[in-house]
Unconditional design. Structure first.
Length: 124
């Protein structure tokens, strides 16, 4: 009788463990589903990439952009929004920098505050 009782307890414990694992897996799937849906609704640019990774990749994109003097451009990022501050020598480079930043995966928008550097800004 004692052996049957131990067997029954063992089967019960195994059943409880399986049920707990299944419930946990279901909870994780349900928790991740809304995030996946919102990422799909927001489009491919939406990502959970870190701000530092976005800054690094935007800087790389700026360095690879032909006809862009990026030496005085400062890049910051917060939750996918990239801000460009500083100055460039020509008006056309403002749009180039904004386009390069917007092309980076994970960037949701670009706040472009670049200005054109005048002859007087360059010093004596």
């Amino acid at each position: 009788m004692k052996t049957n009782h131990k067997s029954q307890i063992g089967r019960t414990l195994i059943s409880i463990a399986i049920a707990a694992c299944a419930a946990n897996a279901h909870a994780q799937t349900a928790a991740s589903a809304p995030g996946e849906a919102s990422a799909q609704e927001s489009g491919p640019a939406q990502s959970s990439r870190s701000d530092s990774a976005l800054v690094r990749d935007v800087r790389r994109a700026l360095t690879r952009t032909t006809g862009l003097n990026f030496a005085a451009i400062h890049v910051t990022a917060r939750h996918g929004v990239v801000s460009l501050t500083g100055s460039v020598p020509h008006q056309s480079q403002i749009a180039r920098a904004g386009d390069a930043a917007a092309s980076v995966r994970g960037v949701t928008s670009v706040s472009n505050h670049l200005t054109v550097r005048t002859a007087r800004d360059s010093g004596p």
